[in-house]
Design a protein around this ligand. Structure first.
Ligand SMILES: Cc1ncc(COP(=O)(O)O)c(C=O)c1O
Ligand SMILES: Nc1c(O)cccc1C(=O)C[C@H](N)C(=O)O
Length: 416
């Protein structure tokens, strides 16, 4: 959006009226007067989920009991939901399965990827990757006897470190602190050129950024169900394995749900022929039912429209903060360049923690990330342009009045 000094609350109300995604807001529960800029950590509750939970608990579990596994097709929930997620990320339906947490899926896919590159010992990543990605790699390395190395290098220069030692390039597409987005297709191609595989963490891009995993020839990916997919706290995650790698190796968490014939109760493990081998234990049906509602909402929207609005919202937020809150010590961390920006905006502020507490008290929910980052996520399905104006307005009042400068806001409580 051009930097238009004439932008006002009224012009933004007009802009909302013309928004092709406007109808989605009413499909969510959103407390009055709350501006929710934290959907990149935990998405809000879709109204349909409330009905569906009632149905799955009372009618399915309550009345059908164990018959639900077949009568309600619970058993196929992981592949059915995986198939729906596939449509959001440019994958074939049989390349995605819904299961476990992102962390566990990282372990399974990283183990599979390393086994495909026996002569190479390096997992290449960045120190600012989300910690669970690094922790899971460290744990797997220990488990495999310490022959691998997790090599952490500056993300801006990652290409310089791709060489014939690298087995797997392990990156998070959109950085959780800064909102910086990597060029997934380009880096995948560069990794392949040196003979390495790619494992992408799509936690902060799924449902916010259109992706074409097959077009980019990505090998493995994982993603999160409770952020932009609005699946609820601790919603199941997903994993993607390109068709070409599915038959080659089975992952190490060889639970019975990943068996070719789980109900044959054979004492010997034999992996399922396709993506099903990446399952481990029994799927959490209640959580999956909630997640499916969130995904269905997204599938009803157009990902290109979502991306266009996400960029417009983040542009507007940057513009208004810089125009209206100038001189109060806020420093933009998120790239201005659309090509490398996800769906969030982060600023540094010397009193970042207290500022975020004051914002939350004023009804603007974002996140604080140590040491000094205030982070705002923009989910186009339920946010309005006028919300951006109001959020900046409340921030300006807090900054002008130094309302953050209160003992209760400075005291660091548990940080989420
Ligand atoms: C990039 C990234 N990966 C993974 C996770 C979390 O994984 P899990 O669902 O296993 O807690 C998060 C956020 O919690 C994240 O931001
Ligand atoms: N997964 C979370 C949780 O269980 C509690 C609080 C926050 C989270 C998050 O999602 C953190 C998030 N991934 C982040 O980007 O910072």
């Amino acid at each position: 959006m051009p930097h238009d000094a004439l932008v006002s609350r009224t012009t933004l109300i007009t802009r909302d009226a013309a928004d092709p995604l406007a109808r989605f807001r009413d499909l969510f529960h959103m407390p009055d007067d709350l501006i929710y800029l934290d959907g990149n950590s935990l998405g809000p509750l879709p109204k349909r989920t409330v009905e569906r939970m009632q149905q799955v608990v009372q009618d399915e579990w309550g009345r059908l009991l164990i018959r639900g596994w077949t009568a309600c097709d619970w058993i196929n929930a992981p592949s059915r939901i995986g198939g729906k997620i596939a449509r959001l990320i440019g994958a074939h339906p049989d390349e995605v399965i819904c299961a476990d947490s992102t962390s566990v899926n990282l372990f399974k896919t990283l183990a599979a990827a390393l086994a495909l590159k026996p002569g190479r010992h390096v997992i290449l990543s960045t120190p600012d990757n989300f910690p669970t990605d690094l922790y899971m790699a460290q744990g797997l390395i220990r488990h495999l006897g310490g022959v691998h190395e997790l090599r952490l290098v500056d993300g801006e220069r990652i290409e310089d470190h791709l060489n014939d030692q690298v087995a797997v390039l392990l990156l998070t597409h959109v950085n959780y602190k800064t909102g910086r987005m990597y060029d997934l297709a380009h880096l995948t191609q560069r990794a392949h050129a040196c003979g390495a595989l790619t494992l992408w963490d799509l936690a902060h891009s799924t449902g916010a950024v259109p992706m074409d995993l097959n077009g980019a020839e990505v090998d493995f990916a994982v993603g999160c169900g409770y952020k932009y997919l609005n699946g609820g706290p601790g919603a199941p995650a997903y994993l993607f394995v390109a068709r070409r790698w599915q038959p080659v190796f089975s992952q190490p968490l060889s639970g019975w749900m990943g068996h070719a014939t789980p109900f044959a109760f054979d004492p010997v493990y034999e992996p399922a022929p396709g993506i099903g081998r990446y399952l481990c234990g029994t799927p959490p049906i209640l959580s999956m039912a909630a997640l499916e509602c969130g995904i269905d909402l997204l599938l009803d929207a157009d990902m290109q429209q979502i991306r266009a609005k996400s960029l417009a919202l983040t542009d507007l937020f940057i513009q208004l903060v810089e125009m209206r809150c100038a001189g109060y010590g806020l420093e933009l961390m998120t790239p201005r360049d659309h090509a490398i920006r996800g769906s969030q905006v982060s600023f540094r502020h010397p009193q970042g923690y207290a500022l975020m507490q004051a914002l939350i008290a004023a009804g603007v929910i974002g996140d604080f990330r140590a040491p000094d980052i205030v982070r705002f996520g923009f989910a186009p399905l339920y946010l309005r342009f006028v919300d951006v104006w109001d959020a900046v307005d409340r921030m300006l009042h807090i900054l002008e009045a130094r309302a953050w400068d209160r003992e209760e806001f400075r005291q660091v409580k548990q940080v989420t």
